[in-house]
Design a protein around this ligand. Sequence first.
Ligand SMILES: Cc1ncc(COP(=O)(O)O)c(C=O)c1O
Ligand SMILES: N[C@@H](CCOP(=O)(O)O)C(=O)O
Length: 419
Amino acid sequence: MSLSLAAERPEPPVDAEDGAWLECIECGETFPPFADIRYTCDECDGLLEVRYTDLPSLDEFEGRGVWRYADALPLESGVTTQEGATPLYEVPRLEDDVGVEALRIKHEGMNPTGSFKDRGMTVGVAVAKELGVDRLACASTGNTSAALAAYGSRGGMETLVLLPAGKVAAGKIAQASLHGARILEVDGNFDSCLDIVQELAARGEAYLLNSLNPFRLEGQKTIGLEILETFRDDYGAFPDRIVLPVGNAGNTSALYKAFRELVQVGDLPLEDVPKLTGVQAEGAAPMVEAIENDADEVRRWEDVETRATAIRIGNPVNAPKALPGIRETDGTAVAVSDEEITDAQRDLAAEGIGVEPASAASIAGLRKLRAEGVVTDDERVACLTTGHLLKDPDAAAAAGSEPQPVPNDTEGVLEHLRE
Ligand SMILES: Cc1ncc(COP(=O)(O)O)c(C=O)c1O
Ligand SMILES: N[C@@H](CCOP(=O)(O)O)C(=O)O
């Protein structure tokens, strides 16, 4: 099987429970959504997706934020702190400078814990409650752990997070810590943390809430629904392209699923599907390598390094969902240097938008692709900025200017200003 935009509306299995079921993207095997805990297919270990007997059209949704889209989610409500409904900013100077017809920034850093992970956790933690589990766990470069800790504590559950030692930004550890997570620092990178957490989950020690969990990606799907809805309502057209940073490739997969579902209900004509464009840091770019080599599988990079620690990931577990997403939408993937990322962080800051380094990769990638002529000047582009500036205060301070010491009197300050 392959995930395709042109796929027919799926046939529900006879035992589809509550209008939803889980389906393997590789062999098509189906499973009831809440009968047992599973993250991958029992038959072939393929990735799972949630399918629905009925999906509404964009015009039928009501409310605000992630739960506005409840009829396209596996549950009617979640463990919530009002996530979603994030701003889509205009950036006229940057738009002019990059040279595209329209550029909008979907700032996911404006979610309650400061990243898009909240959208996934509001759904994932609610499903965990439905399944009756009491301990939640994740591996994390930081943001997943912050969101898991916040939503887990709100849901009254124990949380366990495994972090790569010395490679997680200060704001994120502070969040996980204050929200009461048990934090384990592993002497390894994010990918080895995820190997361990998967093993713990397989042994029934905890419920896994990384993006391998198909319910979490349902929450993240609402990023795509919001972008498309806002573009349609405000500009009368969908964006030509959505550019986003890629780590574990959950968002790329989730946005592609949003597009496929909108195509199925007749809201999104095939020719209007936005081109999914992934950006990775040069030091952690296995998806870019696979796209450039036209490979069916992504090679795991053992040694990864980048200042954008959120996307310091060498084994994107959602690649089997994300690769078809990029290819079928006629998108692409590009790698950018840490310097290009920092420059883009400054560009966004100059428009009043504060983002962490990984988020700025989307702008850096767009600039690069525009300079190469891959992106053309007539395109309407949405760039996803995934995390808030305060997540990584050290990176922000390093990219910004130094405070200047002045004397403790007005004359002294004025003198300094005249220098
Ligand atoms: C701030 C930030 N941006 C981007 C990403 C990458 O997103 P994804 O794993 O969905 O590709 C992550 C985490 O993976 C993140 O924390
Ligand atoms: N950047 C992520 C990495 C884990 O990704 P996930 O989406 O699989 O949880 C993080 O914040 O930990």
